[in-house]
Design a protein. Structure first.
Length: 123
């Protein structure tokens, strides 16, 4: 019995250590959107914020943006649209842990941007 408990304790400790080191995933990128209150020609302006809620840096983060439309050009230094994918460029910088990025666009409704891939770098 004592041996089993020791073994379990060791596993738990190991899990805590590896978690502390890095256990970030794509799910740690939180997407939130809100209306800015402005209208750009006849469309609502939206502000999308990406929040990297984990310690690790995410590189080459891609969002699905199939069917995305905007009447307001989005900031190309933040996001590059190519086909069905939008790549977070952030002026050529990685998306560091515990930081946020935002950009505005304008359309009738908000667009459901969703993170689809990234490389997670923990050092
Ligand atoms: C990002 O997420 C963290 C954790 O959920 C939260 O505390 C923080 O306020 C968020 N930052 C922004 C700018 O939304």
């Amino acid at each position: 019995m004592a041996a089993i408990l020791k073994f379990l304790a060791a596993i738990m400790l190991f899990t805590i250590i590896t978690k502390g080191n890095c256990q970030c995933t794509l799910d740690d990128i939180k997407v939130s959107q809100s209306q800015t209150g402005k209208t750009v020609p006849n469309k609502q302006e939206w502000r999308l914020t990406l929040n990297n809620t984990c310690i690790c840096t995410q590189l080459g983060l891609k969002l699905s943006c199939k069917g995305f439309q905007t009447v307001e050009p989005i900031d190309p230094s933040i996001i590059a649209i190519s086909g069905d994918e939008c790549t977070v460029v952030n002026n050529g910088n990685p998306f560091y842990g515990f930081t946020t990025l935002s950009f505005n666009y304008a359309w009738d409704t908000s667009f459901p941007f969703k993170p689809i891939s990234s490389q997670i770098s923990c050092s």
